[in-house]
Design a protein around this ligand. Structure first.
Ligand SMILES: [Zn+2]
Length: 104
């Protein structure tokens, strides 16, 4: 698991996205660079209690997180916490993970 989350950054207008798009929604460019975001705020979370075909499933927590650069992303949580909580963002094999920040 690596700290931060890579955003796709339009090289023309500097709009950022996660996940990456083929074409920039702001300017129509298809030229991309990368930007990183490390923190955000949890907006909502839910618990996934069942998965079809998985007898050994353990409940998992999924959240909507607004990053400090403005994107709203879906991220996995290792433990549940409430809306408004400040989080650190990580990349785990291409999947966003949010952890509660100790000091916001
Ligand atoms: Zn653009």
């Amino acid at each position: 698991m690596t700290p931060g989350l890579a955003l796709a950054k339009c090289t023309v207008c500097e709009a950022t996205y996660f996940p990456m798009r083929l074409i920039c929604a702001a300017c129509g460019s298809a030229s991309w660079g990368e930007d990183m975001v490390h923190k955000g705020t949890l907006e909502q979370m839910t618990t996934v209690r069942h998965a079809a075909g998985r007898a050994d499933w353990q409940p998992r927590f999924i959240a909507c997180v607004r990053t400090d650069k403005g994107q709203v992303i879906n991220a996995g949580l290792e433990e549940p916490f409430s809306g408004g909580t400040r989080v650190a963002l990580f990349d785990r094999d291409g999947s966003p993970i949010a952890r509660k920040l100790a000091n916001g």
